[in-house]
Design a protein around this ligand. Sequence first.
Ligand code: CO
Length: 161
Amino acid sequence: MAKRNIVKNGDEILHKKCRDVTVFDDKLWTLLDDMYETMKDASGVGLAAPQVGILRRVVVIETDENIGKIELVNPTVVSMKGKQHEVEGCLSVPDLWGYVKRPAKVKVKAQDRYGNNIEVEGEKLLAIALCHEIDHLSGVLFTDIADEVMTTEEYDKRKKS
Ligand code: CO
């Protein structure tokens, strides 16, 4: 495994659409392993392939150690329920935070690293992470859809008041 560089906001690759994965080989497994290591090293809870410069539909998420690592290849949201409105950040958008409207629960269809069909359901933070990471695959950042974007300083002030 190797840590990869995280692409930062301003790089146009983050606004490009990713292609489906069609080959489930060791190159994909290395990408998934590297993305997980990169995410953990940066203390993130999710990472999408374009954030390491790869325009493929690949996502890793770990919002909770009890749920553990989630690897999603070619994920799509198939159903949504309810609403939540929480503050999000992104490893590619350091020092900005924003309120985003998301479903309270989502169901996602995807493939695992071997190409098997899988389904993942999530609520609360996991629902946010699933939506946020899948948005990355369409070139959408949370700052594109947030109602309000704040700097870290503004967000800290908000938390105190
Ligand atoms: Co992000």
